[in-house]
Design a protein around this ligand. Structure first.
Ligand code: SF4
Length: 411
């Protein structure tokens, strides 16, 4: 993999001026000719965000017009987290229709039921992710499902056991000059999880050594992305793609200045709901306003009165006291029921307004997910190492230090 990245960088060696759109496309073409044509099977990792959507539609256009030689087999892997911003997921499903009409195979990749964001949180009781110790979401709803889908595909005879995975990772010109590929998650306008595809996928268990990755838009600047999505791709000669809606979801004509990144609706890790605020400012998406309440629900769920706490007396198998013996843990059953009701209310409010305004309805928690959440709550399901009989985290209790020293509660 490292070899691939270095090779790809060499195409751009000596590069020092600002690229125009035609030059950017030409370099993409060269990278695909140099590395793509040596692989018989290509996959495109597509999140529905701006970079991977530009990558997807550009490559299909290049193949269709004969600019590059297509592979023997091409599969588009669409990562549906069930948490995408509605305008993006609506646009993604329109593109999927177009891809299918063109005879292109689309694999819709989704986490298994019990691992999905809402089911894991409200059914199993794991608190909403945060920036510190509990960031379970990116891997669970984005990376692992993609890894599993790839492993599954590679196990079939169709792929002869290996694949070139094309990602929308983009670092702009300076990164190319420095031959530097930063694999952060959500940095500088990149989508959450984007870099991970390039960094984690090729080395994942079960597929290691069988996946090469290529980021053919690595050198594109964000203005190239907007130009492609808004002005080029929608034209018949470039594929007639419904990609303008994607650019609009990032803020339409102001998208470049806003330099928004997207991720899950109400992402608890983002400082502010910039992407959601941007779309709510548009008349056609204003009916989604109740989604703004999701973040306060997540915040409320993290409060001690909605969670359990270890009493401080639990021991490891070897008899030693657990580290952090009085840590806060899962959501109480009551808190989960409350949040489920609140989130279903939000969904209902949005969909009633959608019906009234003749707009698209949304699905935050679908029927099967709701049934599964209720079943898990009913069965009193707790995360590993929790029994459910621990005290509520806002209850006063003696303070137990890691060394087992007890500081009694002062009354
Ligand atoms: S966008 Fe936020 S909630 Fe969604 S996977 Fe990324 S960090 Fe987690």
């Amino acid at each position: 993999m490292e070899k691939e990245s270095k090779k790809q960088g060499s195409i751009f060696e000596g590069f020092s001026k600002r690229l125009n759109m035609n030059e950017a496309i030409e370099m993409t073409k060269q990278s695909l000719q140099a590395y793509g044509e040596t692989h018989q099977h290509w996959g495109i990792a597509w999140s529905g965000g701006k970079d991977s959507s530009a990558t997807l539609t550009l490559i299909i256009w290049m193949i269709e017009t004969g600019m590059i030689q297509g592979p023997k087999k091409l599969t588009v892997f669409y990562a549906d987290t069930r948490m995408e911003l509605p305008p993006l997921s609506i646009a993604a499903y329109q593109i999927i229709e177009d891809l299918k009409e063109r005879g292109i195979e689309v694999n819709i990749v989704m986490a298994p039921m019990d691992k999905r964001f809402m089911v894991y949180m409200l059914g199993r009781g794991v608190p909403p992710p945060n920036n510190n110790t509990l960031r379970w979401c990116t891997r669970q709803i984005k990376i692992d499902p993609m890894q599993d889908a790839l492993a599954q595909s590679l196990s079939t005879s169709d792929y002869d056991g290996n694949i070139l995975m094309i990602t929308g990772v983009r670092q702009g010109e300076s990164a190319i000059r420095d031959q530097r590929i930063i694999m952060s998650c959500g940095k500088d306008g990149a989508e959450c999880g984007q870099g991970w595809y390039q960094e984690v996928l090729p080395n994942a268990k079960g597929i290691r050594g069988r996946v090469a990755t290529l980021a053919p838009l690595l050198h594109w600047r964000v203005c190239h992305i907007w130009a492609w999505l808004k002005n080029w791709a929608p034209q018949v000669q470039f594929g007639d793609w419904p990609t303008a809606a994607i650019a609009d979801a990032y803020g339409g004509d102001e998208a470049e200045e806003l330099s928004a990144r997207t991720g899950c609706v109400g992402c608890p890790l983002a400082q502010e709901d910039k992407a959601l605020d941007t779309i709510l400012a548009m008349e056609q998406w204003n009916y989604l306003t109740p989604l703004k309440r999701l973040r306060s629900i997540y915040r409320e769920l993290r409060e001690p009165h909605n969670r359990l706490r270890k009493p401080g007396t639990d021991r490891n198998k070897d008899g030693s006291l657990e580290t952090n013996p009085q840590r806060m843990g899962p959501l109480t059953l009551e808190a989960r029921q409350w949040a489920l009701k609140e989130i279903l209310n939000i969904q209902e409010e949005v969909n009633e307004e959608a019906l009234f305004q003749n707009r698209r309805s949304i699905s935050i928690i679908n029927e099967q997910e709701e049934v599964r959440i209720r079943d898990l709550i009913e069965a009193k399901t707790w995360p590993n190492k929790w029994r459910g009989d621990e005290p509520r985290a806002d209850e006063a209790m003696d303070l137990i230090m890691a060394e087992g020293i007890v500081q009694p509660l002062l009354v």
